[in-house]
Design a protein around this ligand. Structure first.
Ligand SMILES: [Zn+2]
Length: 485
């Protein structure tokens, strides 16, 4: 009897193993494509233009009264001087003084328009880091391989690539069939009121773009282990954003005779409970597709086997993804304390303690469900939980990977890089494009830079090869938008 059972078990294990191996070997690496496009060589003026754009310090500061508006005026003059054909052939509308909507009218007004967008404001450079920069942050230095400076990547790379592509196509006498809007926000880094005004403007004119292309995703050559091919991650959705205040009030007193628990103790215990109860992991559809495409092309047999048999190995796959902060953020709603406040003097036990926690929310949840999750995890009614977010947004719906918007980006990146693996992914930060979801279900986030360097940090710089590729990419998108998807 026992022998029979053992035999049966062995047969079952063999069958299971056979299924796993068959699935693994049938899961072919994601296909490559033959490139067909022929691109003009990058003109020196494009590099000069990016350098000039970086030299104009269009810095966004939360206290808007401190913003140097003369820089924004200078940027406007720079655009007029550097892109004369765009200013002659496209109509321009300005909203909130410095956000721009250029309209390049298509021959066929029945076709849904597309939007190419970006932002030209930049984050400040931290005083304390200036001596760590190899060049002055707003010098726009051009070295053999790179254009250096704040904004060279985020997001003047995007803005200049769009403008260079359009100016060059106008020079060649190109007329688009489909209307193309170029939209540039001036305050993305402090919430994007410019983008909101642009969307209001378009929405009043009943414009429903088929595609909205913004910054966000890029090409990874080194970040994904065991995959030798470059991976183009195309943002198709954004996590939500919410901030909460946890506060505790309890009579304080002299620190020479402390009570068993103070306001600080209660708050710290609540934060510890939150830390020990991370939200459950969940693989959303874009992340599942990412694992499928990238996993099938992995040189690591175990990773390939896991991604080919997610029905069995999902738990293990999650464990691997969670081990890195970026991966963890892809499959969890994250909750992180960012500010702690309490106390005024070393010998006084304070009667109030306060913590601010910031959450980035996975699609399928809302700021309300997260608030309930926090309350349940803390389970202490002495801790008052209040939502205080100014930027609050629930997670966006995801753009379909069968949509013309996604397909067009996929095609355009293949044209520029035949051996790339294009894949959808979930953006963990917020961009201006989230505003456009109210007028379009084709929002996609991508610019073909490779492992971009230094944005929001030190030594921000854009390789000239990335600028060339980004301009080519924009030209491909514009040409392909003529097809009636
Ligand atoms: Zn940006």
């Amino acid at each position: 009897m026992f022998k029979k059972f053992l035999r049966l078990l062995a047969i079952l294990v063999l069958i299971l193993l056979a299924i796993i191996l068959i699935n693994t070997f049938r899961n072919r690496p994601w296909p490559e494509r033959a490139a067909s496009a022929n691109f003009p060589r990058l003109p020196d003026s494009a590099v000069m233009h990016l350098s000039e754009a970086v030299q104009i310090a269009t810095i966004s500061i939360s206290d808007t009264s401190k913003i140097d508006t003369s820089a924004f005026l200078a940027f406007k003059n720079f655009l007029a001087k550097s892109y004369p054909l765009i200013h002659q052939n496209l109509s321009l509308n300005v909203v909130r003084n410095f956000s721009y909507i250029f309209e390049w009218k298509g021959e066929n007004t029945k076709m849904q328009p597309i939007i190419l967008m970006g932002h030209y404001d930049v984050v400040p450079v931290e005083e304390a880091t200036i001596d760590k920069w190899q060049v002055a942050p707003f010098s726009g230095t051009i070295s053999d391989t790179c254009v250096w400076g704040r904004g060279s990547v985020d997001d003047k790379a995007g803005v200049i690539s769009i403008l260079e592509a359009v100016e060059s196509m106008l020079r060649q006498g190109f007329h688009p069939k489909r209307t193309i809007y170029l939209c540039f926000g001036h305050d993305e880094e402090i919430g994007g009121r410019g983008a909101k005004a642009i969307v209001d403007f378009l929405s009043q004119k009943n414009i429903r773009p088929q595609m909205v292309l913004d910054e966000g995703g890029e090409i990874s050559e080194s970040k994904i282990k065991d995959v030798k091919r470059p991976v183009a991650v195309i943002g198709v959705g954004e996590k939500g954003y919410a901030t909460y205040e946890l506060s505790v009030e309890k009579e304080g007193g002299h620190s020479s005779k402390p009570e068993k628990e103070s306001a600080i103790d209660i708050l710290v215990a609540a934060l510890a409970k939150l830390k020990n109860h991370p939200t459950p992991s969940r693989i959303t559809p874009p992340v599942r597709e990412f694992l499928h495409r990238v996993g099938s092309s992995s040189d690591n047999f175990v990773n390939k086997m896991a991604s080919s048999n997610m029905w069995l190995f999902e738990g293990i796959a999650k464990g691997i993804i969670e081990s890195k902060p970026e991966g963890n953020a892809m499959i969890h709603t994250t909750i992180a304390p960012t500010i702690l406040q309490s106390g005024i003097k070393d010998n006084v036990i304070p009667s109030k303690a306060k913590a601010i926690i910031n959450s980035r929310i996975l699609p399928g949840e809302t700021s309300e469900t997260v608030a309930k999750y926090i309350a349940d995890a803390i389970h202490d009614n002495r801790v008052i939980i209040k939502k205080i977010s100014v930027f609050e947004s629930d997670p966006s719906p995801s753009t379909n990977i069968e949509s013309p918007a996604f397909k067009r980006v996929e095609n355009a990146i293949y044209e520029n890089m035949p051996h790339v693996i294009p894949t959808p992914y979930l953006m963990i930060g917020a961009t201006d494009s989230r505003r456009y979801r109210s007028i379009s279900d084709g929002v996609v986030n991508f610019l073909p830079m490779i492992d971009s360097k230094g944005y929001h940090g030190i030594n921000e710089r854009l390789p000239i090869a990335d600028l060339q590729r980004s301009i080519n990419f924009m030209m491909t998108i514009i040409k392909e938008s003529d097809a009636d998807f």
